[in-house]
Ligand binder design. Structure first.
Ligand code: NAI
Length: 441
């Protein structure tokens, strides 16, 4: 069983509330951090090797050190809680059950960054969690951990919760900042990165919920001890939200040394596939990362066990590997249709495209319509090449990664399951002609 750092107290009744959280050692990391300098905290985070848990895996300490610090200009920490990636629901779990872990992490991180106004941008659909967070913020404030002169340190901090309105694109950090500023959530060109020009054009660090929560154990056990957990550049623990055809869907904390096979079949985690069905494929990092067939999922191109970490999952690059991404682990058994699954994702990305960049706005619609055409039995062999061509024209040609996220699932599905696309085209009469009708209009 993996070591637990974030969820170790998640089962304790009442841990959502300040009193219980404090009894379990909560906020001791804040007390420890306030005896350190901001630079020392950043150094601990760097030493820990913590990588951004939202999906990109960018080194957190490095991002913090990029924060511009011009005299007299306020800077901000913005926590990205706009968790919208299909298959990803780990931040929801953290915030719902351990809101004080996030707040404690935010206090330490804001102190390290010199921020006095910090924000949690939460997806609109998590309305009940907004209430939980606001209640926890009030409790922390009443206990002297937020507000003016925290623990007599002379440091002031306010945390605000800002609810989004249900647009996936607002999870992209610059669209998020636009939305936070009250504007339409259109992504900005990078550079400048938010660390230089973020919220209200001020230096801003945008970090994922899990990333900021991980700062608490890092301060508690030290960065060096945190770095000993895991392997290579995959240090510490990672939350995985597992769903699809598995016996035990849920949120698991893993230490990034266990194999994919163990994660799927062990009773400690997913508990295998229902009804003894065979594993067909998996999307291990949220819907944006490439789907991989079972054989390539369980073994690397060198024939070694594939491990649940950043390096091993990406082994072989996009041709054979996939990505750790946000840790949204979606399992497909032998009865699932990859073409149908790909169409569902294409519909999602088409719906969520902000429309700013032509390749994404138009290309996602084309991919969706061609996939529907194939599924309703009207496909032609040339459609597969057309799909391939369209996804190639989207990838890398848009302001933000939504375009890539829409292109990669299509590319991986064709790369690994081309025969399935061909089968649909060769067997038009076996298709449900409902596709493209009301259900999928
Ligand atoms: P990115 O690689 O562009 O950036 C990662 C982070 O590093 C950003 O905060 C960026 O500002 C920072 N950064 C990179 N270079 C920098 C530099 N030179 N100076 C300062 N800061 C720098 O990736 P992005 O767009 O933030 O995230 C993409 C990932 O998000 C995808 O891989 C996907 O897995 C994930 N994702 C997660 C979702 C979720 O619900 N958790 C939803 C959709 C996508």
């Amino acid at each position: 069983m993996s070591k637990k750092l974030l969820l170790k107290d998640a089962h304790i009744e009442g841990i959502r509330y300040f009193e219980t959280y404090r009894k379990q050692g909560g906020y001791e990391a804040v007390e420890k951090a306030f005896k350190m300098t901001p630079e020392e905290i950043t150094e601990e985070v760097k030493t820990s090797g913590l990588r951004g848990r939202g999906g990109a895996g960018f080194p957190t300490g490095l991002k913090w050190s990029f924060l511009a610090k011009p005299e007299g200009v306020p800077r901000h920490l913005v926590v990205n809680a706009d968790e919208s990636e299909p298959g990803t629901f780990k931040d929801r779990y953290l915030m719902e059950f351990l809101p004080h872990l996030l707040i404690e992490g935010m206090i330490i991180s804001s102190f390290a960054l010199g921020a006095h106004d910090s924000y949690i941008y939460i997806r609109g659909e998590y309305a009940w969690i907004t209430n939980i967070l606001e209640e926890a913020i009030d409790e922390a404030k009443a206990a002297g951990f937020l507000g003016k002169n925290i623990l007599n340190s002379g440091y002031d901090l306010e945390i605000y919760v800002h609810r989004g309105a249900g647009a996936y694109i607002c999870g992209e950090e610059t669209a998020l900042l636009e939305s936070l500023e009250g504007k339409r959530g259109n992504p900005r060109l990078k550079p400048p990165f938010p660390a230089v020009k973020g919220a209200w054009e001020r230096p801003t660090v945008v970090n994922n919920v899990e990333t900021i929560a991980a700062v608490v154990p890092i301060i508690n056990i030290t960065g060096a001890e945190y770095a000993k957990i895991g392997v290579g550049k995959s240090t510490g623990t990672k939350l995985i939200s597992a769903c699809g055809n598995i016996n035990k869907p849920g949120v698991y904390e893993i230490d990034m040394t266990i194999s994919v096979e163990e994660f799927i079949y062990s009773d400690d985690y997913c508990g295998g596939i229902p009804n003894g069905k065979k594993l067909k494929a998996c999307i291990p990092g949220g819907s944006s990362v490439p789907i991989v067939p079972a054989n390539l999922l369980l073994k690397t191109i060198n024939g070694e066990d594939r491990i649940m970490n950043y390096e091993s999952l990406a082994d072989g690059g996009f041709a054979t590997g996939t990505m750790m991404g946000s840790g949204g682990f979606i399992v497909l058994d032998e009865d699932q249709s990859v073409v149908e699954h790909t169409m569902t994702l294409a519909r999602f990305y088409n719906h969520e495209s902000c429309g700013q960049c032509t390749p994404c706005r138009e290309g996602t619609g084309w991919m969706y319509r061609i996939l529907k055409k194939i599924l309703r039995g009207d496909g032609e062999m040339k459609d597969i090449d057309l799909l391939w061509d369209i996804q190639r024209k989207i990838e890398g040609n848009t302001i933000c990664p939504l375009g890539d996220a829409a292109a990669w699932p299509v590319a991986a599905a064709i790369r690994h399951f081309r025969d399935e696309f061909e089968w649909y085209i060769d067997n038009p009469e076996s298709q449900t002609r409902n596709y493209g009708m009301s259900n999928y209009a």
